[in-house]
Each structure stands twice: as C-alpha cells, then as structure tokens.
Design a protein around this ligand. Structure first.
Ligand SMILES: [Zn+2]
Ligand SMILES: [Zn+2]
Length: 210
C-alpha cells in the first residue's frame, strides 16, 4: 500500500508529490521550486528517496530536482519527447527570475513505454502530450499523477510554445476512457480531485467521455 503527500511549492504553486511505502522508500514526482520544503518532509518521515519522476519537463515541475539529486544521488525520469523543454530550463529560470540549476536527466522514458518499475514501486504510464510534447501520467494503485493534463475544473494550457491543442484533445479523449474505477487525480497544480468528479463537472472533459 502506498501513501503520498502533496507539497505545494512556491513558484507557481506547483504540486510536488512524495509517494512512499511501508519500507519508507519514496519516489518524488515533480519536485517544484522548494527543495527545503520537500526535503524537510522526507526527513520528518525518515524516508529514503530512490528516484524522481517528472510528468513533463516544465521548469516549475523540475526546479527542485538538482538539489535533491545532489543530496540523495537520485535518477531522474522524464519523457524523451520533452528533451527540448528541459533544454529550455535555464531560459525559464531567467524568465521567472529565480535561481535554480538544470537537473541532469538520467533516464529518458520512451513515449511508448507502458510500465515503469522503480524499487518496489510499479507504475503504469500513459503518454498524454498536448500541454507539452512529453507529458505523461504515472498510475500506481488508484492514484493518477497527471501533471498539467487536467486540473480540478480545468485542463492544462495549450497556448505555450511547444503545446499542441490537437494532441491535447486526443490525449484527453484517450485518458478519460482509460479508467473505469474511481481514481484519484493528483494534478500538477491545485487541489486533488477524482476522475469521476471531473467527468461530472469539468466542461473540458465531459465532451470526451464515450
Ligand atoms: Zn506545465
Ligand atoms: Zn505546471
């Protein structure tokens, strides 16, 4: 049984998630701009980080990665379709006017991969481009970490330089028809929600349900 903690980090109130098991191993998803905040949670629970996963390569979801990698010597997994997005890290840091070092991506996830096993954690992967070319969701038990694909009552932006509204529509259609049960949606920004709830209330999603 995995547990998770949502930590809201500062740049754009991005959600960092720490997933941990009974062995106290943990995986960090989307470490945002707030290394101290993330690390103090890890230490308070006596967790051993074993990897960092990113739902996509945007700066706000990777700003805390380099410091975590330095401290814990962690592999970092990002979809290979977001190489260009990660390459823009320093430019994004300059744009936001914050000090953050570009992290080294040790593992580029192939967009056709369906599964990712890290230690005792076994994730299913859904490739859902649109917000960026390399957006992926990580699914473990009934938890979906969907990054900036879907938010409570909304969806991710598709007006950014490497976004594709057409890919976003395809991804959403596939996504909302991929799950049958009441999965929790752990989004890249904002409060957590459920796929069931969003399909009932989110106008950006309702139209895609078969
Ligand atoms: Zn994003
Ligand atoms: Zn974001």
């Amino acid at each position: 049984m995995v547990k998770y903690q949502r930590i809201v980090t500062k740049l754009l109130e991005e959600n960092t998630y720490v997933i941990f098991n009974e062995k106290n191993d943990c995986v960090i998803i989307d470490p945002g701009f707030g290394f101290e905040l993330i690390d103090s949670f890890i230490q308070s629970k006596n967790l051993s980080p074993i990897a960092i996963l990113a739902t996509h390569g945007h700066f706000d979801h990777l700003a805390g990665a380099a410091d975590l990698i330095d401290k814990y010597n962690l592999p970092l997994y990002v979809c290979d379709k977001d190489k260009l997005v990660v390459d823009n890290f320093d430019r994004a840091a300059g744009y936001w006017g914050v000090e953050a070092r570009k992290p080294t991506v040790s593992h580029w996830i192939d967009s056709t991969d369906k599964q990712l096993t890290i230690g005792d954690f076994s994730f299913s992967i859904i490739f859902n481009p649109g917000h960026s070319p390399g957006c992926i969701s990580f699914i473990i038990s009934n938890l979906i970490f969907c990054g900036d694909l879907i938010f409570k009552g909304s969806i991710g932006r598709t007006d950014l330089p490497l976004s594709s509204p057409r890919d976003m529509a395809t991804s959403l259609k596939f996504f909302v028809n991929s799950f049958t049960s009441d999965h929790a949606l752990l989004t890249g920004h904002g409060e957590e929600t459920t796929l069931y709830g969003e399909l009932k209330t989110n106008p950006y999603l309702m139209k895609y349900e078969k």
